[in-house]
Design a protein around this ligand. Structure first.
Ligand code: ATP
Ligand code: MG
Length: 503
């Protein structure tokens, strides 16, 4: 009796899946695209598009359009029915778009597409929350959208609003409309020129099967970027398998990588497949490749060259179709010089090299954005109120030199969120600032954390930021200590952080 139509089940399961789907993956566009495809199918529409309001530029961006001819669209919020929905937050259902005065025919003219019926709902967490975007459906395949379609799309758009909360798209002002795009990949923050180069390379490399070597100091995000390569590659539906070369004793590495046959050694009571086999059809991350024991390097070289291997104790030669990504924080050239790394392996692995810059080279804006991202993330996790950085708190972060990079920053922020049950994050909560114990202006930051090797501009900026932090965020007091005007302080802090966003 309770048998439901396939359409109903299809709609229901989409509602249920959406939040977890969006929260999980780094490839936000791909996830939104998949939801659009399924929404279009569930509603019997020709097209579905998610438009997000870009809070910085104040226009609508089609993050996802099932429009092969236009992969990315922007339009002012003043324009069209979707703009009207974004502004008013009201749902619109029209049977004949051309006769609706809010309809803007210029998009159709540009694409050669003919819009007949439309159903457009605001994307937001609930009926009262600020609008983050709109979900737009075009052309019901048979007939026009009805009231039930409308109710469903409204419910779905609320789910989308909640799901977006779990991504790294953020509202710059939580009570205002729109979102800020903090980076090209979900869960990966970064818009500094240094990181844009990395992202461009990641996107280009992801399209291919080329071996990638990620290099960078500890905690710079190599593991995260390796995952981004995988989920943005044609192998995204396949497995992503990591081998940590540091934790493996030499005798176990071979079996870990290539597996073993039953009876291969004492205790091998059954056949075990290695990581290489488990990664079949997907991506294998060889993490900390610089730590791979020398004895294993020959066997790995053979695998890297022709993807062939044998299980330990096995005679059969097997092949695995895997894409290889490696990561290391070590100086591989020095490892070759000291005989710890085979040169032939090194050349095989460094096909596409991507240098991940240390946090201190990404500029103050990036430090602030990352801090806010982690604050939001941990406030949600620990059920703390909306975090508010108090004066001086961000300046103190900017002044630090971050030997542990993003991981260190993440831990600082996590601890501050734990220590701030009211959401007020103060400079004194940072571990380093507390250790420092009120140093005098000239000795701000203990003089310890400004390393040599910086440009004069960067050293100046850091020194100024440290002084401001030491004055509890009071720039006027800092300017007095430094013997300069307040504007000079502001300018020093702003330099290197500004960038032209006209791309
Ligand atoms: N750009 C970023 N945006 C958001 N989170 C980041 C970013 N970079 C790094 N992280 C976070 O920082 C932490 C450290 O990153 P990850 O483990 O990828 O670094 P790593 O370079 O692999 O470090 P190691 O060399 O020590 O293995 C992780 O929790 C990761 O999610
Ligand atoms: Mg790592």
């Amino acid at each position: 009796m309770l048998e439901r139509s396939p359409l109903f089940m299809n709609r229901l399961s989409l509602l249920v899946d959406l939040a977890s789907m969006l929260a999980r993956e780094v490839d936000l566009d791909a996830m939104l695209e998949m939801s659009c495809e399924r929404v279009a199918r569930a509603l019997g529409a020709e097209r579905a598009t998610v438009w997000l309001i870009d809070a910085e530029r104040g226009d609508l961006v089609a993050r996802v359009a099932l429009l092969p001819e236009l992969p990315s669209l922007r339009q002012p919020v003043e324009r069209g029915i979707s703009g009207w929905v974004a502004r008013t937050g009201q749902v619109v259902r029209v049977d004949d778009a051309a006769s609706d005065e809010r309809f803007d025919p210029s998009a159709d003219r540009a694409t050669g597409y003919t819009t007949r019926s439309q159903l457009v709902a605001p994307i937001r967490e609930d009926g009262k929350a600020p609008v983050r975007g709109v979900l737009q459906l075009l052309n019901k395949l048979d007939g026009t959208f009805d009231e039930e379609d409308e109710r469903y799309v409204v419910a779905l758009a609320i789910q989308l609003g909640r799901a977006l909360e779990l991504t790294t798209l953020r509202a710059s002002d939580p009570s205002g409309p729109g979102l800020v795009m903090r980076g090209p990949f979900n869960h990966i923050i970064g818009r500094s020129p240094a990181m844009e180069t990395v992202f461009r390379r990641i996107a280009l490399a992801a399209d291919t099967d080329a071996t990638v070597l990620l290099r960078g100091e500890t905690g710079t995000g190599k593991g995260l970027l390796a995952r981004a390569i995988h989920v943005n590659s044609p192998r995204q539906a396949g497995p992503f398998v990591t081998v940590d070369c540091t934790t493996l004793p030499a005798q176990l590495v071979e079996s870990e990588l290539f597996g073993h046959e039953r009876g291969a050694f004492t205790g091998a009571d059954r056949r075990v497949r290695g990581k290489v086999e488990l990664a079949q059809g997907g991506t294998l991350l060889l993490d900390e490749i610089g730590d791979l024991p020398l004895e294993m390097q020959g066997k790995l070289l053979r695998f890297v060259q022709d993807r062939c291997f044998e299980r330990v104790g096995g005679r059969e030669t097997l092949r695995a179709d895997v894409r290889i990504v490696c990561a290391t924080h070590r100086d591989l050239e020095a490892a070759i010089a000291t005989g710890k790394l085979r040169e032939d392996l090194y050349y095989r692995l460094r096909v596409v090299e991507i240098d991940v810059p240390p946090l201190r080279e990404r500029g103050p804006d990036e430090i602030a954005t990352l801090a806010k991202h982690f604050a939001d993330m941990y406030a949600r996790r620990y059920r703390r109120p909306e975090p508010r950085f108090q004066p001086g708190a961000i300046d103190a972060l900017i002044a630090h030199c971050w030997p542990g990079n993003v991981r260190e920053l993440e831990h600082w922020v996590e601890s501050a969120i734990v220590l701030a049950p009211d959401g007020r994050v103060e400079a004194q909560m940072w571990p380093r600032t507390r250790e420092r114990k009120g140093t005098a202006g000239g000795e701000a930051n203990g003089g310890k954390s400004v390393p040599v090797g910086l440009t004069l501009e960067e050293a100046t900026r850091r020194y100024v930021a440290a002084t401001v932090a030491d004055c509890a965020g009071n720039r006027t007091a800092a300017a007095r200590k430094l013997g300069v005007g307040r504007n000079t302080v502001a300018r020093a802090l702003r330099k290197v952080s500004r960038r032209d966003t006209n791309d």
